[in-house]
Ligand binder design. Sequence first.
Ligand code: ATP
Ligand code: MG
Ligand code: ZN
Length: 524
Amino acid sequence: MKYNLQFSFKLRGKFPQNAPEKIEEWLVELKQMLEKGINEKDLKEISRVKKWEIPTTSKKEDEFILSVSSGGILLPHHALLRMRKFFSGKFGKEFKLGISGIEIKSYKIDVDIPRKPEKEFSLPFASSIKFGDKVAKVTLDKDIPIDFIEKGAIDRLVKLVRNKVLEEFIRGKDEHHLVIWTSEEKTPVVKTNPTDNMIKEGWIQRTNYRNQWIFGPTITAVTEALKDVMVDVLYKPLGFKNMIFPKVVPWEVWKKSGHLSGLYQGGFEPYFVCTPKTHDAEFWEEIADYYRITLDIEPEKIMEKLRPPIGGLSYAQCPPFYSYLQGKTISDDSFPLLIYDWSGPTYRYESGAAHGFERVDELHRIETIVIGFPDQVKKAAQDLRIGFRKIIGEILDLEYREAWVTPWWISQEGSADQEDGKTVELPKFDQIGTIDFEIYMPYRGSRDSSDWLETQNVSILGNKYAKSFTVKSQSGKELWSNCCGGSFERFISAFVAQKGVDPKNWPEKFLKYIDELPSGPTFM
Ligand code: ATP
Ligand code: MG
Ligand code: ZN
């Protein structure tokens, strides 16, 4: 790493004659101050003033220009903040002069990177980035505001350069995905596409909106039966409580949950929500009148009457829940908090053309959350995992497997290099990461060559959420969380893909939860 910063302190007046001598003296003092507490071996890495000048001008106010360079320790933009304090003390005392502002004249940073990215990129606030084999030469915009530095934005920008190079590399390698357990083979009753099957039977009907479906009475009864299974196998025995989470999510929540870093970068594709500029009837009258005459609307006209988005529709389901705990201290005996929510749909702007029932934009999901001390959270994750095995493998009697997938924010830390395709026993689930339950979809092809359907996940998230939403325990001990999500769309698609739509072929253990399957109207 190499940092070269040129900046100036703007003065409220002119320096006296003896200023240069004094400044030379103070620079020696400053050097000692900056070196304080630094290890001997790191001394050559810290910020050094390489050059300074007071340009002669006819202006009433002087400027004190400094060039500061460093390696990777005590960076110039951090040293600058200390220098501001140092020099305003000196100038005030000796010259009765104040510092009125700071101007960043140029900032060039050589960022060490693991390799040259295949696709070069630019970044906001950087006027250029030139990539070499092991280094990205970044030139920042001129006139960076000082509060940008104070808020840590330069450090995040440098980190982002490196992370983007790493992410490209990881993405290229696909998700870290390792099958850790596979159930016994089960002979499927059918080999047809479940979506086609359910349409044919009148279970589901497509609407005019992209891949949105209406659940008819039959599939709704199957959904309710599945809920009863969840309550019986998981929620009642483990002591979970039902809650209702908000489904409109303000930016603030997605800032804290970390989702915004991935906005439309391949893992977070939300629907945005806009509110009207005003509620005023007159403001909207032309739109209503236009409609009454033409029986049509002009969405672009409506757009002009909207405010920018306030956030979006619930995407991952659990983040908006955390506002419930945000900033609170909770008694130790309240933990673990065991909660689930299935109060409404969540939304994802999925890519691609038409998909089946298993990949929809409006999905109905069960979301399960646990918050507590690390041991409680690990134990609950293992209990939930065993419960989902029972539901998928025994009650629904499906052929499925478990895969260990490492979220990118972990694989980045380089802890997760695994050999693909090798099956290892993972008896306990007690580390940060995710287990996906994937169900075999016979219509897609052979077990080896086809994609299995990711239906349910169990994720241990560590202290990420508790920390960013500042949730504290009474004793001050660290809090962790886990969460699980599985949509009814995926569960039922997978079930129908193996078992078909005829209850005659369904497992007894599931039929126990269904009194009678209602049918919809007969469409002529
Ligand atoms: P995929 O890779 O298949 O898109 P994902 O990794 O995006 O899945 P998660 O973000 O882990 O899925 O979401 C958790 C669960 O939510 C999934 O296991 C699945 O049950 C459900 N889910 C996610 N996206 C959809 C969708 N578009 N339609 C239906 N269910 C979905
Ligand atoms: Mg997805
Ligand atoms: Zn979640």
